[in-house]
Design a protein around this ligand. Structure first.
Ligand SMILES: Cc1cc2nc3c(=O)[nH]c(=O)nc-3n(C[C@H](O)[C@H](O)[C@H](O)COP(=O)(O)OP(=O)(O)OC[C@H]3O[C@@H](n4cnc5c(N)ncnc54)[C@H](O)[C@@H]3O)c2cc1C
Length: 379
């Protein structure tokens, strides 16, 4: 049985662990802090295929495939862990205030992609009927029926419990200091608790992945992007669907809270929340749904998204290095992409033929980085 070591206990590492356990692999996952203690615990939990992947067709097809895995996954996780991930597939709305915004959104609805996803322009009256709490300044909106949201921390928790129930070993408080290299192969990891050897090592360390890889001379074209969110509890039924505008989103969750996000600060790993960010997010949210001002305050938090320069994740084997794979760079969409990442990476690690399928979208990523990767590794 293949012994697979996963570095990083965010949603990506956990989803890979869960899918590998279904294939009967021997999995040890190492997390330096707490499982889902970084980006995966901070995510707003939107499943925004349309809003997040516009203009990036490779990403759209991957995201769609992933989103469509959620209903079955939610059921499996409920059976296996007893945890309900709060999946809500009740749609999103992008409202418009000006004629120009209306025109652009109507174009999206009428595009071939829009028609496939059954996007529909809502006239003012219909919008008001569907979401009476929205500002009276909106003249209509784009309805995206298939997207939705879930409770992100619960997704990771359910994946962790399910993987552990099937026999995966998950170690919190265990930092991987270096990868152990023998010739051109990775044969294990040195951790704060000593060395561990395996047949395959998967780096799923989120925004910290480049720190792990740099120590064996591999560079990633990626950067951390800090994000801050706040949450409030409005009156019941205040909003029914996720509302997305250019600079803020409102996500009504299955637990009755409303998540409002998110800021973006490139290059920062800080987990502080600036008072100014809270007031800015609240002010923007109130222009969309003024009743938010009367909602009960919840909390504010921050996390670090792993972003690549192409906005596509790195997924697959590292070229020219035996036994080393990578799954990171999911940027704003790691929750949405977790199911497909788990499935594809587990296929790859348990069956070499799958490399073609994973490679079909992502070879460009590796090609772009191949120069530095290959030369650095061979030094
Ligand atoms: C504010 C915010 C809002 C977001 N909203 C959404 C959303 O609505 N929808 C969506 O799909 N996505 C969203 N995202 C993005 C999503 O959260 C990320 O893409 C996803 O969580 C990345 O998962 P990951 O497992 O790669 O990284 P992480 O969750 O960061 O996990 C990586 C883990 O690796 C561990 N690690 C790192 N180095 C080591 C080491 N050397 N040894 C051991 N462990 C190590 C870290 O401690 C960490 O726990 C949001 C992110 C933020 C910050």
């Amino acid at each position: 049985m293949k012994r697979i070591i996963i570095v990083g206990g965010g949603v990506i590492g956990l989803s890979i662990a869960f899918e590998l356990m279904k294939k009967g692999c021997n999995v040890t996952l190492l997390e330096k802090g707490k499982l889902a203690g970084k980006a995966s615990g901070a995510a707003a939990g939107m499943l925004g295929v349309h809003t997040e992947t516009r203009g990036n067709p490779s990403m759209t097809s991957l995201a769609k495939e992933s989103r469509d895995l959620f209903p079955a996954l939610a059921e499996q996780l409920l059976n296996c862990s007893g945890i309900d991930i709060g999946l809500r597939q009740n749609g999103m709305i992008m409202p418009a205030m000006t004629g120009r915004e209306q025109h652009l959104l109507q174009e999206e609805a009428n595009s071939p992609q829009g028609m496939k996803e059954e996007l529909r322009w809502l006239e003012e009256r219909e919008l008001r009927k569907m979401e009476p709490s929205l500002s009276r300044s909106f003249i209509g909106g784009l309805y995206i029926p298939r997207d939705g949201n879930l409770l992100a921390p619960r997704l990771s928790e359910a994946l962790a419990i399910s993987a552990a129930t099937m026999g995966a070993v998950l170690h919190e408080g265990t930092e991987v200091n270096t990868l152990i290299m023998k010739g051109r192969s990775i044969i294990g990891v040195n951790t704060t608790r000593g060395p561990l050897y395996g047949d395959e090592v998967v780096v799923a360390g989120g925004a910290w992945s480049q720190h792990i890889l740099r120590r064996v001379g591999i560079k990633l074209d990626a950067a951390p992007v800090k994000g801050e969110c706040i949450s409030v509890t409005p009156k019941e039924g205040f909003l029914n669907r996720t509302i997305v505008s250019d600079d803020v989103y409102l996500v009504p969750k299955a637990d009755g809270t409303l998540t409002i996000g998110a800021t973006e600060q490139v290059g920062s790993f800080s987990e502080d929340v600036a008072a100014e960010s809270v007031s800015r997010l609240l002010a923007k949210a109130c222009t969309i749904a003024p009743g938010i001002a009367a909602a009960a305050w919840g909390k504010a938090w921050a996390g670090t998204r792993p972003k690549t320069s192409s906005r596509l994740p790195f997924m697959g084997r590292v070229p020219d290095v035996e036994g080393l794979s990578l799954a990171t760079g999911h940027y704003r969409n790691g929750i949405l992409l977790a199911p497909i990442t788990g499935v594809l990476m587990a296929d790859l690690l348990s069956d070499k033929d799958c490399e073609r399928r994973l490679g079909y979208e992502y070879t460009r990523q590796w090609d772009r980085n191949r120069g530095s990767t290959t030369s650095e590794v061979s030094r």
